[in-house]
Design a protein around this ligand. Structure first.
Ligand SMILES: NC(=O)c1ccc[n+]([C@@H]2O[C@H](COP(=O)([O-])OP(=O)(O)OC[C@H]3O[C@@H](n4cnc5c(N)ncnc54)[C@H](O)[C@@H]3O)[C@@H](O)[C@H]2O)c1
Ligand SMILES: O=C(O)C(=O)C[C@]1(C(=O)O)C=C[C@@H](O)C=C1
Length: 357
């Protein structure tokens, strides 16, 4: 990729721009607030001016409620060959873009699973996405060249691409991102009117649990408004656990030893859940089988693998690319349900791909 336009130069847009600019991409910066674009440019994220002609990729990094509108406007102006957004929800923006008459062939909804409780370009860092999952939600109509541009952006940001359906993404982030945000806010809210003598004792535990409670409410109202059902589903399960834990504690308060089991149950289930949280370079879920494809450093290779897998009727659950030094891509690991692996292996072999163990 040689050129990109970042629309919305806050935390995420500027972090992407810094990563791209650091790897030699000519980045143009645009924000409805010119001061934000100027700040991003001063940080070395690119040039706060309009490109002379269309760039290869436009990255829309504005709040979720404005993403479809900004994408449709950019497409109407023909500013790029491909368009992505990075909003924390994926189903809503895509449907809104379709309703706004946007072009779904040149668009991919994406979501980097990295961020901060801070906003704006001054919170941005070039290495924010390194080793983090970056969800891509292509559809059957997505242009292969655009998918390749998005994958190249993810590789340039040193993130790990994960291909998912948009609605499945929204259900997953309800569990791993949106509910945790609310639970963090709920715990922190207890401190608002707490006695100073208690607040003075805050240690690392509460700092860990409440870091994201400092996030921008306006951004989160947008995110939660676009994913209310799945978040309410997870939160009601948390509420049931809370109810059970309160009852167990009341039993203990009444010197009923039976309460211990209830408290122990939630603590042990918490240990088990915590054990499943992947490290930064997260391990593949054990239930998937990995099909490894050798990819040469040529344009269009990644997109063709996805297209061939799609033609074989195989759903790719996850994808990783091992980069060989000096190359865009080397070994591509496709993670699929075990029963789909033989069909995928056969289809890829038939189409001439070299597979590795
Ligand atoms: N913050 C996170 O942790 C995180 C992580 C992953 C994805 N995201 C997503 O990334 C997007 C940006 O979030 P952020 O944290 O960078 O927010 P931010 O508030 O730091 O930056 C948003 C920027 O967009 C600009 N903007 C708003 N409307 C615009 C428009 N119509 N045209 C041009 N610029 C516009 C604002 O002026 C601001 O500079 C959101 O969609 C969010 O859901 C956020
Ligand atoms: O680390 C943080 O500050 C975040 O909350 C980042 C986080 C997350 O939940 O992991 C928050 C929202 C985004 O959409 C993606 C990432």
């Amino acid at each position: 990729m040689r050129t990109a336009l970042v629309i919305g130069t806050g935390l995420i847009g500027t972090s992407i721009a810094l990563a791209l600019a650091g790897r030699g991409v000519q980045v143009y910066l645009r924000d409805e607030d010119a001061d934000q674009a100027r700040t991003a440019a001063a940080l070395g994220a690119g040039a706060d001016k309009e490109p002379d002609g269309p760039v290869e990729l436009a990255v829309v990094a504005v709040p979720p409620a404005y993403a479809a509108e900004a994408l449709a406007a950019a497409q109407r102006a023909g500013v790029a060959r491909g368009y992505i957004d990075v909003a924390s929800v994926k189903g809503g923006p895509r449907r809104a873009l379709e309703e706004a008459g946007g072009d779904l062939t040149s668009y991919i909804g994406t979501h980097p699973m990295a961020g901060s409780e801070r906003s704006g370009p001054l919170a941005a860092t070039a290495d924010l996405f390194e080793g983090r999952p970056w969800v891509l939600t292509p559809t059957p109509v997505t242009d292969t060249e655009v998918l390749n541009l998005a994958l190249e952006l993810v590789a340039l940001c040193r993130a790990v691409p994960v291909v998912m359906d948009a609605d499945a993404h929204d259900r997953a982030v309800a569990l791993v991102s949106h509910t945790p945000q609310l639970v963090s806010s709920l715990v922190a809210a207890r401190l608002q009117h707490a006695d100073e003598t208690a607040v003075r004792l805050c240690g690392q535990g509460i700092r860990d649990v409440t870091r994201i409670a400092a996030s921008d409410p306006a951004m989160w109202i947008d995110i939660l408004s676009a994913n209310p059902g799945p978040v309410a589903d997870v939160l009601s399960e948390v509420a049931a656990d809370l109810d059970g834990t309160v009852k167990a504690l009341r039993a203990l308060e009444a010197a009923d030893a039976a309460g211990t089991a209830g408290v122990e149950d939630v603590l042990r289930r918490g240990n088990a859940g915590r054990d499943r949280v992947p490290g930064k370079h997260g391990a593949a879920p054990a239930e998937y089988e990995i099909v490894t494809v050798l990819i040469s450093d040529e344009p269009g290779q990644l997109g063709r693998v996805f297209a061939d897998a799609g033609r074989a009727g195989v759903n790719i659950e996850d994808v990783r690319i091992e980069h060989a030094t000096g190359q865009q891509a080397g070994r591509m690991q496709l993670m699929v349900e075990p029963q789909a692996a033989p069909a995928l292996t056969a289809a890829l072999r038939e189409r001439g791909w070299a597979l590795r163990q």
